[in-house]
Design a protein around this ligand. Structure first.
Ligand code: NI
Length: 185
């Protein structure tokens, strides 16, 4: 079971290192890690489990954040249509994206960042993605809103990028061109 102490924080070099493609079929260790990452998110959103194990709530977790350089991340969130999205994306790619941008109006956060970093993080408003599931099945999905934002945040982790790298340094709240803000409730 992954706990907060297993999650590395900013300053750790693994967060700045590009993760490597995962080979199929998965090894037992990789499969277990993938399942544990998703379970962390599920537990962290369950008030009882979160309190019992002192888990900070999260909707996404990349392997880099548990100090493993494998190209995979877990997402567990409700999409804009109110549907539960819950999966591990292995060797994920963005195959196309909208011209329109978006950003979380309240800014982004990260389980590896123990501070509030104010500012807008520009993201593509809609993306078409491809990835493999734990069982090696190829998936193609269209994402928008919060799920698109979270997917891009996690994919950045696999490339050693932190969300605040994308904030305008001189003016963190500068207008994002061609964008519609995303308000999270
Ligand atoms: Ni993060």
């Amino acid at each position: 079971m992954i706990l907060m102490d297993d999650i590395i924080r900013e300053g750790h070099p693994t967060l700045r290192t590009k993760a490597e493609e995962v080979k199929f079929p998965l090894s037992d260790e990789t499969r277990q890690l993938a399942e544990d990452m998703l379970q962390y998110l599920i537990n962290s959103q369950d008030p009882e489990m979160a309190e019992k194990y002192n888990l900070r709530s999260g909707i996404g977790l990349a392997a880099n954040q548990v100090n493993s350089l494998q190209r995979m991340f877990a997402l567990h969130l409700q999409d804009d249509a109110g549907e539960q999205l819950s999966f591990v994306a292995i060797n994920p790619k963005i195959v196309s994206h909208s011209v329109e941008n978006t950003y979380l109006s309240a800014g982004e956060g990260c389980l590896s960042v123990d501070r509030n970093v104010p500012g807008y993080v520009p993201r593509h408003a809609r993306i078409t993605v491809k990835f493999k599931t734990i069982d090696g099945e190829e998936k193609k999905m269209r994402l928008k809103g919060l799920s698109a934002i979270a997917f891009q945040h996690e994919l950045d982790h696999l490339n050693g990028i932190m969300f605040y790298d994308r904030i305008n340094e001189k003016n963190p709240f500068a207008d994002i061109p061609e964008s519609i803000p995303y308000e999270r409730d």
